[in-house]
Design a binder for this molecule. Structure first.
Ligand code: NDP
Length: 312
């Protein structure tokens, strides 16, 4: 059993939100400790080119940008560590967080920046062929399917945006939509419907992705008629939304039905005093590196003010 460690500011998560919180908290002399979680750098580490983050006029690779963020946080004095928060107890004045099920941290303030993860259909073949033609990020992996036939499942703005992106690279994009309508905004729907090489299959479920070592085809079923068919493809993209990484906080902090942590509008404050949330774990609308970074800054400032008010 390791000894309990006491800190004034504990940051959980290492995407743009967590690292920005660490930069600001360090500069405010809160001596933050940041645990990076299972995927140091977060979702941006599975992206390629980022062109919309201000300050990089020529664009930057997602993983490289996260290394820059980490370096900057370290230079400011943040204590960045490997480790996954596995349990929390927010019932008292001092917030308790367990790392890797053993190390116990006691923190006056906690900044939750655990992000979100892509949702999967849950098929065995989807897992087996992940990285071998199955992907949850068209922008990251579309390039590998240049000139080929691919499929995408989903009907929200992400799926519409990614289908359109793929249509510029691939010969045909089959789009599988489980209902008779799309959830995406009208403008995105129109864009998809007016792109000749996007072929929409309505009321369609994915039965199985086929292929031994890589994706070769997909078996789909019309959920109205029950008719099944197979389509040869090289790539299969899943774009059915994201899941906030908030499981360990369930029942301990207010969240919406989808598991996004609720914050007081205009702040990073959760319903638990001294606990703040930033980045994708509390944002299902914008989900951008720049908005995550901005909210990480807010969380550090909120934490600093909370501590000052408590006389720390
Ligand atoms: P959404 O939750 O909006 O959409 C998910 C889609 O996936 C839905 O159409 C849903 O179908 C479908 N789906 C879910 N589970 C399954 C399944 N098991 N099988 C088949 N289909 C499934 O997620 P998005 O990631 O698209 O968007 C999230 C938020 O981000 C939204 O608010 C969106 O507007 C926003 N966004 C905005 C963009 C922009 O403005 N440029 C770009 C991207 C996202 P069903 O409709 O039947 O439930």
């Amino acid at each position: 059993m390791s000894a309990i460690e006491k800190v004034s500011c504990l940051i959980i998560g290492s995407g743009p939100a967590g690292y920005t919180a660490a930069i600001y908290a360090s500069r405010a002399n809160l001596q933050p400790v940041l645990y990076q979680g299972i995927q140091p750098g977060g979702q941006l580490t599975i992206t390629t080119e980022v062109e919309n983050y201000p300050g990089y006029p020529d664009g930057v690779q997602g993983p490289e940008m996260m290394v820059d963020f980490e370096k900057q946080a370290k230079r400011m004095g943040a204590d960045i560590r490997y480790g996954l928060a596995t349990k929390v107890d927010f019932s008292g004045d001092v917030h308790k967080v367990w790392i890797d099920e053993e190390k116990e941290m006691h923190a006056d303030t906690v900044i939750i920046a655990t992000g979100a993860s892509a949702k999967w259909l849950g098929l065995e073949s989807e897992q087996r062929l992940n990285g071998f033609g199955v992907s949850a990020c068209a922008v990251c992996d579309g390039f590998f399917f240049k000139g080929k036939e691919v499929a995408i499942v989903g009907a929200g703005d992400t799926a519409a945006e990614e289908a359109h992106y793929l249509s510029k690279l691939c010969s045909t994009v089959y789009m599988f939509i489980r209902r008779g309508e799309m959830r995406a905004s009208k403008v995105m729907q129109d864009r998809v419907k007016n792109t000749p090489n996007i072929k929409i299959y309505w009321n369609t479920d994915t039965d199985e992705i086929l292929g031994k070592d890589r994706v070769e085809a997909v078996r789909i079923k019309n959920n109205q008629t029950g008719v099944a068919s197979e389509i040869p493809i090289s790539g299969f993209f899943v774009a059915i939304g994201h899941q906030p990484n908030s499981d360990i906080f369930k029942g301990l902090i207010d969240m919406d039905d989808a598991g996004y942590i609720k914050t007081t509008p205009g702040t990073s404050k959760t319903n638990v005093e001294g606990v703040f949330a930033c980045g994708d774990v509390q944002d299902k609308n914008y989900r951008q590196a720049i908005t995550a970074a901005g909210s990480g800054c807010m969380a550090a400032i909120d934490a600093e003010r909370y501590l000052a008010a408590k006389g720390h």
